[in-house]
Design a protein around this ligand. Structure first.
Ligand SMILES: *Cc1c(COP(=O)(O)O)cnc(C)c1O
Length: 469
């Protein structure tokens, strides 16, 4: 399978190159040249092990049969201390709320956020690709909270990788920070910058833009533009849809920030999963909901800090991939619209593309007050503690579910204990950390504090990265 850029100004590449690079050199995002079908029966997706479904996804995206994929999928989803295959509902449990309503819990990984599901696959996948090429890599990650912890858990103690996490001082919760700073691994370097998230991200972009530095450090990024994340995330959509499709296609509601997870649902559908529509649930950062409603994709004057911080994203990168699809894969058109976006902060979505988007997706935005009310209701009437991101999606019904036919699966993206203050304020209950990380606050923290100065970050990477040459 070859991968092409959504802007059409870069050569096509292999799966391995797309995954190791992250972003395409023309500023576009890689997508597979055609949509592969999952070469596995509906029955074995519904009733097989999680790793087996993940293996079929790797085959589909890397080109089947890729003989190394069972090994990679097994390493990702077996767990070292638990060498038996795990059933899907152990990796991503499904809870029922009412006859047609389900919650797919994606937060049972090591850092208690849905990003673990994909990162757990990226760890062994990167290690495998790098050992095949006998290369080392410096992985950079700027985080507003959850990506950093998931990357640390997935990449710690990996011989061919050094991981540098840029985190904004004072802007992440204590639980989130400790998932980044307490690994004890020599290849993990947490850097607390005296800056906000946007400034951390700006430094990361400048490091990549410095071609000489990026090449010598062999930089790579594991943010959600990386195709491996989308490939790994479409697995739980396939499984849940096959388990629940007895009475027709299954709808999903996805708490959305960078549009990676929602896109993964669409990709699963293109691969043959019985999926109806995908509900996009957003907070006050509602560019996608506005776009579906008005037909204009337009940046708001400023971003809003909300109770669901992992979704506080102004411009969702993965929207570019769905727009590419909606425009019938016309890369020139995508490039023109994004040029316009860079200049004026918005563009009109052509009518046919808008019809395509409305056909596959519905969208709704929830305010913080509504989110809090949903958390309270869900606890008082169902005994279910939801994290604020999950609550935004559970509240989708108030506005958006009228556009969906049952059954509906709502994705739960973080463990409530990752946001204990918000959950307690809404429900009166302070959620406890699961037993396996109950000692999080006793672990020793290790991180470097730096001013928001790119030269100091560069010096640290030069000094510590084993990939440097
Ligand atoms: C990252 C994240 C999201 C948003 O996912 P996208 O793929 O960026 O849309 C939602 N909830 C939580 C808890 C997250 O960490």
């Amino acid at each position: 399978m070859r991968y092409v850029s959504t802007r059409g100004r870069a050569p096509s590449v292999s799966f391995a190159d797309a995954v190791l690079a992250g972003l395409a050199p023309d500023g576009g995002l890689y997508v597979p040249e055609t949509w592969p079908q999952l070469q596995s029966s509906a029955r074995s997706i519904a009733f097989g092990h999680y790793a087996s479904a993940a293996m079929h996804a790797l085959w589909a995206f890397a080109g089947a049969p890729w003989e190394d994929s069972p090994k990679i999928a097994n390493r990702a989803y077996l767990g070292a201390d638990e060498p038996t295959p795990r059933w899907p509902l152990v990796v991503t449990p499904l809870a029922q709320r009412s006859p047609g309503a389900w919650i797919l819990e994606l937060f049972h990984g090591p850092s208690l956020a849905f990003k673990d599901v994909a990162m757990q696959l990226i760890g062994p996948l990167y290690e495998h690709l790098l050992s095949e090429r006998n290369e080392r890599l410096t992985v950079l990650c700027a985080t507003s909270g959850d990506t950093g912890g998931a990357a640390v858990e997935a990449l710690k103690n990996r011989d061919r990788i050094d991981l540098f996490v840029l985190l904004p001082k004072g802007r992440v919760s204590d639980v989130q920070r400790r998932f980044m700073t307490t690994s004890g691994a020599a290849n993990v370097h947490a850097i607390e910058l005296d800056a906000d998230f946007d400034a951390c991200q700006a430094i990361l972009k400048q490091l990549f833009a410095d071609r000489d530095f990026a090449a010598r450090a062999r930089l790579s990024a594991v943010n959600s533009v990386n195709w491996a994340r989308i490939a790994a995330q479409c697995v739980y959509f396939h499984i849940a849809a096959q388990i629940l499709c007895a009475h027709g296609p299954v709808n999903f509601v996805v708490p959305t920030g960078n549009f990676g997870d929602a896109l993964s649902g669409f990709v699963a559908k293109q691969m043959g999963a019985p999926i109806g529509r995908i509900g996009i649930a957003v907070n006050a950062n509602d560019i996608v909901a506005r776009a579906l409603k008005t037909g204009r994709y337009e940046r708001a004057p400023r971003s809003h800090a909300t109770l669901s911080p992992a979704m506080d994203i102004q411009v969702p990168s993965n929207f570019e991939r769905i727009l590419f699809e909606a425009l019938d894969r016309d890369a020139d058109h995508v490039a023109r619209l994004y040029d316009q976006f860079a200049q004026s902060g918005g563009f009109g979505i052509p009518p046919q593309a808008l019809a395509f988007l409305r056909d596959h997706f519905a969208a709704a935005a929830l305010s913080d007050a509504e989110t809090q009310a949903v958390m309270q209701e869900t606890w008082e009437h169902g005994g279910y503690l939801a994290c604020p991101h999950t609550a935004v999606a559970l509240g989708f019904g108030r506005d958006g579910a009228a556009h969906l036919d049952a059954p509906v699966v709502t994705l739960a993206t973080a463990h409530p204990a990752k946001f204990p203050d918000t959950v307690e304020a809404a429900t009166g209950v302070r959620p406890a950390l699961p037993a396996r990380c109950a000692d999080l606050f006793d672990r020793k923290e290790d991180f470097v504090s730096l001013p928001a100065d790119i030269e100091q970050v560069k010096a640290l990477i030069r000094d510590r990265s084993r990939a440097w040459r």
